[in-house]
Design a protein around this ligand. Structure first.
Ligand code: FAD
Length: 386
């Protein structure tokens, strides 16, 4: 009889794992409390990169994520666009940080090219390099994802491989008795399993606690916390933006159908999930003024919405992935979930089948065992710190 695995959470990470397990012959049930893709994966800048990832093992992990996306869709697909990333630095602190980062990335062999603002302006479409930009760099192999379309693709593949997808099913208990492991649902029924993979995004700690396990996650308490950030989306506008751009003023990428997604990490100080920003308020004005400077063709742009994304943030900022205690419980929570999803699908499915993956060694849940000093994750405030 094939192994039975329940995956909890149908975000970009859970669907990747469910699909890979089923492809390898496992009987998978994917349980989602709400609808697939409705968690953090629905509000993400979704930049695929290993640009500012430390320490080196986290860089290697994210590089494996970038490579897995490239292998999955080498020429792009409806869910992934390989337009490269352009970063601009102006103020002294950012210039110094970017120069140091470039030295490290060059030593690691990460593809990048320094741009000459005048000579290369034409290749940037309607993006205008501001006069005070001191350093402009292109990372040609980076791209971005449309998580909803990735999830749609993987749900399709998962169902074709035999995964039973059950939406509207909240997991409220994880228990083991003499007859095995039982995943209890809110309606009073249960699903039996040999292993349970919890990929419940920012609720991974809460779900793992149902089995008595500890997965320390940063939680939202105050506006501007590390766990929250604005993502504004414009109405369609006639501007050519082909790459993802990060700068001290504004991050911009296409959002489909002529829309742009905007992010400005310094504006996140007021981000609060309980009081979303008004598309005509002061936050909106700041977004639009900065957009008009960076993309002059965007004058007249309007915002369709400003989301407050809620990050999946392990307590030390790094991915948590591996078997927990009890050993039938496997947990995965990561703030680089879009970049890592296809790699984690493969790697986690291998580990559930008993084949440990070296790239995951530094990210085990056991690093948080009693006595471990936990460094709280810092709020992202610079390009590269999504
Ligand atoms: C502002 C912002 C910018 C970001 N930018 C980037 C970026 O540029 N690049 C990048 O790689 N990543 C980025 N991220 C992070 C990335 O979006 C996340 O890491 C990723 O979406 C997490 O996916 P997930 O599947 O782990 O979680 P989720 O998408 O949250 O999915 C978890 C699912 O579990 C379900 N669930 C929870 N509890 C239960 C339960 N008890 N029973 C059943 N189901 C349950 C939820 O309903 C949810 O659908 C960003 C995030 C934010 C907020």
């Amino acid at each position: 009889m094939s192994k039975k695995v329940v995956v909890v959470g149908a975000g970009i990470v859970g669907v990747s794992i469910a699909e890979a397990l089923a492809r390898k012959g496992v009987a998978v049930t994917l349980l989602e409390r709400d609808v697939a893709g409705s968690g953090t994966s629905s509000t993400s800048y979704a930049w695929i990169n290993s640009n500012n990832k430390k320490p080196d093992s986290y860089y290697e992990l994210n590089l494996a994520g970038l490579r897995a996306h490239q292998e999955l869709a080498p020429d792009g697909a409806d869910w992934v666009i390989w337009g490269g990333h352009v970063e601009m630095a102006a103020d002294g602190g950012h210039l110094a940080e970017l120069s140091t980062r470039l030295e490290r990335l060059e030593a690691l062999g990460y593809p990048l090219e320094r741009l000459e603002p005048e000579a290369d302006a034409a290749s940037l479409g309607d993006i205008r390099i501001p006069g005070d930009a001191g350093l402009v760099v292109r990372f040609p192999e980076e791209g971005y994802c449309y998580p909803a379309l990735y999830i749609a693709e993987f749900l399709h593949r998962a169902r074709a491989a035999g995964v039973v997808v059950r939406e509207g099913e909240a997991v409220v208990g994880l228990e083991e008795d003499d007859s095995g492991v039982h995943v209890r649902l809110a309606d009073g029924t249960s699903v039996d399993a040999d292993d349970v993979v919890v990929a419940a995004g920012r609720f991974t700690g809460e779900v793992a606690a149902l089995a008595g396990a500890t997965v320390p996650m940063a939680t939202y308490e105050h506006p501007g916390d590390v766990t929250v950030g604005y993502l504004a989306t414009t109405e369609p506008l006639p501007a050519r933006v082909t790459s993802l751009v990060t700068s001290p003023w504004l991050n911009v990428r296409p959002a489909g159908g002529g829309r742009l997604m905007l992010q400005a990490l310094d504006l996140d100080l007021t981000a609060a999930p309980e009081s979303p920003a008004d598309t005509k308020g002061t936050v909106a004005e700041s977004f639009l003024t900065r957009l008009a400077d960076l993309v002059p063709n965007s004058r007249g742009a309007r915002l369709a919405k400003i989301d407050v994304g809620q990050r999946v943030m392990p307590a030390d900022g790094l991915t948590i992935v591996g078997r927990s205690d009890p050993s039938w419980l496997y947990v995965v929570a990561t703030h680089s979930g879009v970049t890592l999803a296809p790699f984690l699908g493969e790697a986690v499915s291998e580990e559930v089948l008993g084949r440990d993956q070296e790239l995951l060694t530094d990210f085990r849940p056991s690093r948080f065992s009693a006595g471990t000093k936990i460094t709280p994750a810092r709020a992202p405030r610079r390009p590269g710190e999504q």
